[in-house]
Structures are given as structure tokens and as C-alpha cells.
Design a protein around this ligand. Sequence first.
Ligand code: ATP
Length: 258
Amino acid sequence: MMEPSSTQRLAPPKVLSVQALRKQYGATVAVDGISFDVGRKEIVGLLGPNGAGKTTTLNMVLGVLEPTSGSIHIEGVNLAKRRAQALERTNFAAVYAPLPGNLTVTQNLRVFGLIYGVKGLSERIEALLTQYDLQRFRDVKCGVLSSGEQTRVALAKAMLNQPQLLLLDEPTASLDPATARDIRARIRDFAARGSSGVLWTSHNMYEVEEVCDRVLFVSRGKVLLEGDPRKLPHEHGKATLEELFITVAREPLALERI
Ligand code: ATP
């Protein structure tokens, strides 16, 4: 019988693996040596007060910002060394990065699909228009859509290249509760169905408890706490995730006492 090769014996790589990541702007340390990973079918929440370093972290994972030091591997591929290959199956949605408002929904999906080199693009667009309930807006310019409709288009765009790693920066900010619930259900469904992982930032603790399998509390560029959002508060003597968040955000050193 043939021996399995060393690659067969190894566990499959994590969707995302971040090691000792750091970003410094002059005297400001935005991200101060953080390490974490995201597994398959896992939704990981990146939480922390304003200015904690969440968006800077996401931007480094997206290859938009160059880290001062540390490493990022996506599906085992080193982002610094094999950038195109690492980013091939990554995608992103955020309210501060809206799609061009003067293009229609279909035009936007076509432009991004061409950029990503999606095969069978017309069929993929039709499937996404149906999946994200966008058929009736297909020829409407994105700029006139409501926030909830724009979020659905942004998610459809983010799914074009069937990402293994999906990065979401406050995807439900500014959405009404019913629309936000719909968006959460779609993202949970996405993670449950395939082999992808999701890294999600949010300031809504209710949402985080509902959606995330694991959370990382970041403050001043460091990961202070990590765990199951439904168990963490009790482990630290707090009634709710929001209470724990407020304690950590106000006074990180208090963690040593709770
Ligand atoms: P928020 O919840 O408000 O979106 P955040 O956790 O995403 O906050 P970042 O945007 O990552 O925080 O910012 C982290 C820190 O780095 C902040 O103190 C910010 O002022 C600083 N920072 C970010 N970008 C730059 C830059 N280009 N030059 C200097 N400082 C920066």
C-alpha cells in the first residue's frame, strides 16, 4: 500500500490565518501584533471600539494595505508572496465601499464579474439576481436603490467569484431590523452550505451573538478576548455580550480583574 504523501497527511489549511500582524503609522500603532484564524464554515466576528484596528486589519487581509510586519495566509497561500493567487477567492462588502451608482445592478455585476474573470458570467449573474431577490431591480441604477437593496447588490457582487473567504465590514449598519435579519440569514446560509469562512465586523452585539461562531475582541490593536459569543460573557462574570464589550472597551486592564 502506498504511503500518503506529506500534503495528504496535513490538515487542510485554514481559510484565513493571520500571524503577528502589525500596522504602524508614525507613532500610531493601528494593529499591534494580532494573530487569529478563520476556519471553514465558520463566521468569526471582529469586535472592538471605534479606532480599535478592525478596518485596518480587514484592509491588510484584502491586500489594500501593506502590513508593517506579520503574515497573512489565505487558504494556505502567503498573501505577500503570491498575492493574485491568495486574493483570487476572496471578496468583500462594506457600506463605505458602495458600487458605482451610475451603473445598473446588472452592469455592476458584469463589470465586477469581468474583473474577477468569472466563467459563465451571464448565468452566474442571473442566479445571483434571483438568489438575492434583485430581478426587479436588474436595470435600475444602483445609486437610487435603498440601503437594504444596495446591501443585497453588494453581497451579490461579493459572491460573484464564489469566495472561500468573505470579509464583511458592518454589513447590516443602517438597515432596518427586518432587512438586517434577512441579510444575516443569507450570510449564515452561505457559510453553512459551502466550505467558506466569513470574517465580520459589527457593533451590534445582538447580531454578533446570533451570527458568529466565534468572536475576537480587539482594543488598541490587540486581541484581548476570544471565544463563543454566547459563553464569553458568563466566563467573565457579565450578563450580556454588550456589558462585556463595554467593560473591555472602557478599561481593557479590567479584564485582569473580571
Ligand atoms: P471603527 O469601529 O471606528 O470603524 P476601527 O476599529 O475600524 O474603528 P481603524 O479604522 O482600523 O479602527 O483605525 C485604527 C487606528 O489607526 C485609529 O486610531 C486610526 O486613527 C488609525 N489610523 C487608521 N488609518 C490611519 C492612517 N492612514 N494614518 C494614521 N492613522 C491611521
